[in-house]
Design a protein around this ligand. Structure first.
Ligand SMILES: [Zn+2]
Length: 65
């Protein structure tokens, strides 16, 4: 399935290609995002978990330095 996720920080919309049945299982609390979606990049997994894209995630971390 094609999943659209919006970054809460920069409001950019990203399209992720995920397996629909695994997505449903993940939404119901089964398994970690990295084990359910090994095909996604770490940036894409972060987007699913925290609705923050890789670029914004990096800049949030930089501000804490
Ligand atoms: Zn962003």
């Amino acid at each position: 399935m094609n999943l659209k996720v919006r970054c809460d920080v920069c409001k950019a919309v990203f399209e992720l290609q995920v397996d629909a049945s695994r997505y449903q299982r993940w939404k119901s609390g089964e398994g970690y995002v990295q084990t359910m979606f090994p095909e996604l990049t770490s940036d894409q997994r972060e987007l699913l978990l925290s609705q923050t894209c890789g670029k914004c995630f990096d800049s949030l971390f930089k501000e804490e330095d």
